[in-house]
Every structure is written in structure tokens, then in C-alpha cells.
Write a protein that binds this ligand. Structure first.
Ligand code: HEM
Ligand code: HEM
Length: 174
């Protein structure tokens, strides 16, 4: 409590008891509203923090990709052969970075997992990843570009499907 220059306590409300009562009421109200917020959907996702469905699939795919990607990176460093570095890079960038963004989007945006579109998105994204990475390897080794082209198109298509999912969610919330 601050003191006035004269040394006597200074209160916003003349009476000390009254200010204590008002203060305790305010604290009570703040606690009540915090409790309500914790219970509501705004504080945590309504299904909890555990990833489910499409988001869980994307997350597992992301972690698998980076596990393989890191092992590959270590192998490249150890062998002093960086020739396949673009394939390693895209396994990590599409597999780990992009897929985990998808996972968190589906996890955090209510209703985003609904319908057939997210399932189609997952399928095309998986097909894209498992064709683009060996496709890049083949292209670097000059043993054909068809797989890389197919993988690129599928990866692009998966992003267009995700665009549709995002637009659907944005419109639904507006
Ligand atoms: C244990 C983990 C990792 C190791 C040991 C590793 C190792 C390597 C090596 C040796 C190269 C070749 C560098 C060169 O030739 O200049 C490389 C390239 C690259 N890595 Fe990794 N990497 C790891 C994880 C990651 C992760 C998690 C990502 C992405 C999220 C990533 C993205 C890239 C990219 C983009 C390149 C290409 C860089 C360029 O061409 O300039 N790496 N990595
Ligand atoms: C359809 C999907 C994609 C295609 C076809 C594609 C294609 C390419 C190509 C042709 C290169 C040049 C490689 C070289 O010069 O050796 C490249 C480099 C790069 N891309 Fe992609 N990319 C795609 C998706 C992405 C995504 C989603 C990211 C990031 C999240 C990304 C990040 C990079 C980076 C950092 C490099 C430079 C590193 C490197 O040379 O390996 N790309 N990409």
C-alpha cells in the first residue's frame, strides 16, 4: 500500500474496508470468468489436445519423414557425398515441415477435418511425397524424370486441395 506525503495511507475509496470488499469481489469475478473460459471451446480445442483422425495421420507422416530425413542427412555427411541433398531437403521440407503444418491446421481449426476433402487431401499428399522423393533421386541420377514430374503434380494438387479446405473453413466461420 502506498503512503501519502503526510504519512497516512492513501486509498482510491475513502474507506479501507470498502476498497478491500470491492477488490475481493473483483478477484472472485476474475476467477469465475477464468473458470468459464477454461471450460469453453476458446481456451482449449473442444476435443482436447490429443491429435485425432487426419491431423494424427499427418503428424505421424511428418515425424516419420524427418526421422528418415535426418538419418539420410547423417549418412550424407558421413559419406561426404551430398549429391542427393535436394531429395533429402524435400523429404524434410515437404514431409516434415509441410505435413506438420497440415497436422496442426486440422488439429486446431474446428470442423476442418469434416467431409471427404481432408481425406482426399491426405491421400494425395501421401502419394505426392512417396513419389516426389524417389523421383528427385532418379532425376539426379539421370534415370528418368517421370516420377519426379508425377510427384510434383501430386504435391501441387495436394496443396490445391488444402487451399479448398482452408477456404471452406474460412467461409464456414465467417
Ligand atoms: C540430423 C539432421 C540433418 C542432417 C545431418 C542434415 C544434413 C544435410 C547435409 C549434409 C546436406 C547437404 C549440404 C550441402 O551439400 O551443402 C543437407 C542439405 C539440406 N538439408 Fe539437411 N540435414 C538434417 C536435417 C534437415 C532438416 C530437419 C531439414 C528441414 C527441415 C533439412 C533441410 C535441408 C535443406 C533445405 C538442404 C539443402 C540446402 C542447400 O541445398 O543449400 N535438413 N542436409
Ligand atoms: C511440388 C513441390 C516442389 C517442387 C517440384 C520443388 C522443386 C524444387 C527444385 C527443382 C529445386 C532446385 C533444386 C536444385 O537446384 O538442386 C528446389 C529447391 C528448393 N526447394 Fe523446392 N520444390 C517443391 C516444394 C518445396 C517446398 C514445399 C519447400 C519448402 C517448404 C521447398 C523448398 C526448397 C528449398 C529450400 C530449395 C533449395 C534447396 C535445394 O536446392 O535443395 N520446395 N525445389
Amino acid at each position: 500500500m502506498r503512503a501519502s506525503p503526510s504519512g497516512t495511507p492513501r486509498h482510491i475509496f475513502g474507506d479501507e474496508e470498502e476498497s478491500i470488499v470491492i477488490l475481493s469481489r473483483e478477484v472472485e469475478l476474475a476467477i469465475q470468468s477464468l473458470k468459464m473460459e477454461v471450460k469453453s471451446d476458446n481456451f482449449f480445442h473442444k476435443e482436447g489436445t490429443r491429435m485425432k483422425g487426419i491431423s494424427a495421420y499427418f503428424m505421424v507422416l511428418a515425424v516419420l519423414s524427418v526421422t528418415i530425413g535426418m538419418t539420410w542427412g547423417i549418412q550424407m555427411s558421413a559419406s561426404h557425398n551430398h549429391i542427393l541433398s535436394p531429395a533429402h531437403a524435400h523429404l524434410n521440407l515437404i514431409g516434415w515441415v509441410t505435413m506438420s503444418i497440415f497436422a496442426f491446421y486440422y488439429h486446431l481449426v474446428p470442423g476442418a477435418q469434416d467431409g471427404i476433402l481432408p481425406k482426399l487431401h491426405l491421400t494425395v499428399a501421401v502419394l505426392g511425397l512417396i513419389t516426389i522423393v524417389p523421383g528427385i533421386v532418379m532425376a539426379i541420377r539421370e534415370s528418368g524424370e517421370t516420377l519426379a514430374k508425377a510427384g510434383s503434380m501430386l504435391t501441387l494438387l495436394s496443396m490445391l486441395l488444402f487451399l479448398a479446405v482452408v477456404l471452406k473453413s474460412v467461409r464456414a466461420r465467417a
